[in-house]
Design a protein around this ligand. Structure first.
Ligand code: HEC
Length: 110
């Protein structure tokens, strides 16, 4: 039954299922701090738990995908560049070095 439901949802979505996100209850202290940074700096434009768009694309499984919506690989360097310098329609976001490290740790849990 579970297999059938999974197959059905894959067919509905038209793509392979995303790897699961790490539950918040298992976050390291750094990941938890990163989640707070995400809430204050990113959440108004990005959903972390789906790939559906808000103002920007949903970021579920961001670092586990082959490519980000732009086609660029989801490396820490490219993500850092997107955050600090902006990308296309996204304005740069001002975060400290410590916030950025925490945020990257959190993005890897998605
Ligand atoms: C004011 C809205 C807004 C905020 C705040 C924002 N973003 Fe974005 N973001 C966007 C938009 C719009 C895009 C799509 C840009 C495009 O492709 O033109 C985007 C794209 C992205 C992408 C995909 C880049 C790619 O190469 O496809 C990533 C990753 C991302 N944002 C991460 C973040 C993170 C992390 C934060 C918080 C530090 C953040 N964004 C804050 C609007 C926002």
């Amino acid at each position: 039954m579970a297999g059938l439901a999974l197959t059905a949802s894959v067919l509905l979505m038209g793509c392979t299922p995303l790897p699961p996100s790490k539950p918040a209850s298992e976050f390291t202290p750094q990941e938890a701090r990163g989640a707070a940074v995400f809430q204050s700096h990113c959440a108004r434009c990005h959903y972390p738990t789906t790939t559906h768009g808000l103002h920007g694309p949903g970021l579920q499984a961001l670092t586990k995908l082959k490519a980000m919506p732009s086609g660029a690989p989801p490396t820490d360097a490219r993500i850092t560049q997107t955050i600090l310098y902006g990308h296309g329609m996204m304005q740069p976001v001002a975060v400290s070095d410590a916030e950025l490290r925490d945020l990257l740790a959190y993005l890897h849990t998605l």
